[in-house]
Design a protein around this ligand. Structure first.
Ligand code: FSX
Ligand code: SF4
Ligand code: F3S
Length: 384
């Protein structure tokens, strides 16, 4: 994995940069940030660049079952100036019901053709839960039940990725009393798969997973639930920018009260960050500035990535504080209430795991670094 297989100084990445419609500098920054996000050594940057440069893009078959299409929508609204191009140029999206201009028999034929041509090599991405009750009649595509289509497509796939909480563990469609028997991809296939939970999931986690597959021919290391460790090994509470307020006992009690306006901890409003594993505070979402994640915007985390928490526990219920980690920072004794010192914020961001995520955050701001649009008036996030 550490072997340098692409010379960053002399490599022919101008081609891929041109193909993606970005500068060579942007391209190299993206490779470096992705390597860091994945927790790989710096030398992996060269391997990623080499893989991306390859003209042969892996075929991806993307299935939709019981879901709201938020996974796809979130992917299409990613902030990185080149993400849409990267997603569509780095992979060969051979079947995707939302993005296909064609419909009906034409697209079903395209799916069969892609599966035959790339037998044993394509990546199967599944969005949505799969209803198994009553012989699967509650979700059919082209006359085929979701159960049958999933099994057919998974049979010859090189890798299966369950994107979103619905596909990863059942998500919202599986909430009690689960009238359709909504099930996860792993439950239907009877074997573990890589999962990218979240409702919607963070598109950068999906992208980094795909780039890993592209570069090393394998999927990244995962936990017992199939979640890539680079993204889901830390509790939200460990990296939250409001953590110092939690440790100091400063809470918002009601929406709009003084504590809420001052940016205090949302634990008493039901924040599930203490029992939810995800990197939301580190990489943020979309194109709306530096605090673009639920807690950053003033709403408690509902635990959307976590089975047994999201869509299960009442939103106002207090979270179980899973582990009492040593606080990443303490508010200064003379600190004015409601403010976190820059040093404290920097310490927060330096919690293990945050450094890697911050790198992709840097990549997301490439356009700003290169003289592009700046998000004026946003509070800068401390980066290690
Ligand atoms: Fe929606 Fe995806 Fe939620 Fe599910 O995301 S955002 S309901 S996880 O499958 O489309
Ligand atoms: Fe952040 Fe929520 Fe933890 Fe408070 S309880 S520090 S808002 S994750
Ligand atoms: Fe979901 Fe909580 Fe992140 S609600 S998007 S896991 S902050």
């Amino acid at each position: 994995m550490n072997e340098i297989i692409f010379d960053l100084e002399t490599g022919s990445d101008a081609g891929v940069a041109e193909r993606l419609g970005i500068s060579r500098r942007e391209f190299l920054k993206f490779c470096a940030a992705t390597a860091a996000t994945l927790g790989l050594p710096a030398s992996a940057e060269a391997a990623i660049a080499k893989a991306m440069e390859s003209a042969k893009r892996p075929s991806v078959i993307w299935l939709h079952f019981q879901e709201c299409t938020g996974c796809t929508e979130s992917l299409l609204r990613a902030e990185h100036p080149t993400l849409d191009k990267l997603i569509l140029d780095v992979i060969s999206l051979d079947y995707h019901e939302t993005l296909f201009a064609a419909a009906g028999h034409q697209v079903e034929a395209a799916r069969k053709t892609a599966m035959k041509a790339n037998k044993g090599k394509y990546v199967l991405v599944v969005e949505g839960a799969i209803p198994v009750k009553d012989k699967g009649i509650y979700c059919k595509v082209g006359g085929q039940t979701a159960v049958d289509m999933l099994k057919e497509c998974a049979a010859d796939a090189a890798a299966v990725i369950a994107i979103g909480s619905c596909a990863a563990w059942g998500g919202m469609p599986a909430t009690d009393p689960n009238p359709t028997g909504a099930s996860s991809v792993a439950e239907v296939l009877g074997k573990p798969v890589v999962t990218i939970p979240g409702c919607p999931p963070n598109p950068y986690n999906f992208l980094a997973t795909v780039v890993h597959f592209l570069t090393f021919g394998s999927l990244p290391a995962v936990d017992a639930l199939g979640r890539p460790l680079f993204a889901y090994s830390r509790l939200i509470h460990e990296n939250c920018e409001r953590r110092a307020h939690f440790d100091a006992g400063r809470f918002a009690i009601e929406f709009g009260d003084e504590g809420h306006r001052k940016g205090y901890c949302l634990y008493k409003l039901g924040c599930k960050g203490p029992e939810t594993y995800a990197n939301c505070p580190v990489i943020g979402f979309g194109d709306v500035g530096e605090v673009s994640w639920p807690v950053g915007c003033g709403h408690p985390c509902i635990g959307c990535t976590e089975k047994g928490v999201g869509f299960t526990k009442p939103i106002h219920a207090l979270a179980k504080v899973k582990n009492i980690e040593p606080p990443a920072s303490y508010p200064g004794v003379s600190e004015e209430q409601g403010k976190v010192s820059l040093g404290g914020a920097a310490l927060l961001a330096a919690v293990a795991g945050a450094a890697a995520g911050a790198a992709i955050h840097v990549a997301k701001k490439l356009d700003k670094d290169d003289g592009g649009t700046k998000s004026e008036g946003k509070k800068p996030r401390a980066e290690p």
